[in-house]
Design a protein around this ligand. Sequence first.
Ligand code: FES
Ligand code: FES
Length: 161
Amino acid sequence: MAEVTMKVNGKAVTKSVKGNTLMTDFLRDELRLTGTHVGCDTSQCGACNIHVNGSLVKACTMFAAEAEGAEVSTIEGQSAADGTLNVIQQAFQDHHGLQCGFCTPGMVMAAASLLKENPKPSEAEVRDYLEGNICRCTGYHNIVKAILAASGQDVSAIAAE
Ligand code: FES
Ligand code: FES
């Protein structure tokens, strides 16, 4: 066991962890931040996406100990303290960008990262960026539409599905 200290959603956290504790298990089991989902064991689905020092990371691909000193953001840190959704979350709600919702935290975290790098992406760029995110409900159409809307682009010509 080793002590690890990091900031998670702005709060300093210090815990003892095993060297092989995955970040997903640390967030879910130690911090009870269960919005970070685990949808595969092959690093493919993106349901576990978080931000580490501002970069998009699949939390199942890192050990908690590797986050020593890092600034970590999870889906729980995306809305305001009073629960007000951020612009991406609101766009997912407005454009029905989810069905069962299992992939949604990872999609929102990926979208936030994309819009930081590319504030007005094309539809093709959004689809390309989401390559590492799998939606089992196959709801990609409305997810892409929601992200375009969150970027402030007019999506009125894109049909609802
Ligand atoms: S749980 Fe991390 S990519 Fe699927
Ligand atoms: S909304 Fe069900 S997995 Fe994407």
